[in-house]
Design a binder for this molecule. Sequence first.
Ligand code: IPE
Ligand code: IPE
Ligand code: MG
Length: 297
Amino acid sequence: MFFDKLSRMLNDVFRPKPKYITVTPVTDSGPTQMLPPSKLPRHVAIIMDGNGRWAQSRGMPRSAGHAAGTEALRDIIRASDDWGIEALSLYAFSTENWSRSKEEVAALMGLLLRYFNSEIDELDAKHVKITILGDVDGMPEPQRQALVNAMERTKDNTGLKLNIALNYGGRAELVRAARALAQKVKDGEIEPEAIDEAAFANELYTAGLPDVDLLIRTSGEMRTSNFLPWQLVYAEMVFDEGYWPDFDRAKYLKCLRVYAERDRRFGGVNEPPVPEEKQEAPAQAEEADKTKAAAED
Ligand code: IPE
Ligand code: IPE
Ligand code: MG
């Protein structure tokens, strides 16, 4: 048991990181696309939207769209792992989604259970660490049990950090954090002055993770629908027009390429790169410095 764990840890540490993401697009026969890892987002969040419309456009029940959506989910999790993404946060079920029909909620809950039962061995073998964002205790008992088991089983894994938002609401997450901090003040553990951004972030479900770098939403909707309000403040947003069941590695890679070309400023100013002809050769620059110093004497 101990040696098994040790060998897994060593494997993770020495696992060669890909030099380039390379993927041959499935949808066109263009050349293999490459992206340097330095241009990769550390934390990707995805609002997997459009399952219902995907099914309806084919004359199928909405639940068929959710079933098809889990196939896309499998592929995107594998791709994130293959490409060395550090953290992936997926919006799977919001606190507002309980308002859907009983049949649709039951279908989603059934799929969730099947998904965890069928995937957990492979995800664990790939060292994926699963965290549920949201109120796990508010889930039906069989699902709650499966989620708790998955988190417990993978908590020491050091590979992809896979966050699945279930029974998740962004505002509820903020209120929960505020309440936890208020309780600490009340218990005399901290002074109110100790509450800063870091202390607040530490009470969120995503404690310890970097902020989201890239948010992807499918189905053409351009809103965040109560997803990660704290963590998204400086995220780059990329919207895909297609429905979630049609999302695949090639589309994912396209989103990563769009992200890589964005100019992230975080409220500051990025100096434009100096054009080549204006760049002085080192010897010339040294000469210019000497002339300047002589002129100043
Ligand atoms: C996203 O697809 C999945 C969940 C919200 C669970 P939708 O079910 O929202 O599909 P549309 O947006 O109605 O097409
Ligand atoms: C957001 O999608 C929730 C998930 C993808 C799980 P919704 O379909 O529920 O969001 P709205 O209603 O279009 O804003
Ligand atoms: Mg939707």
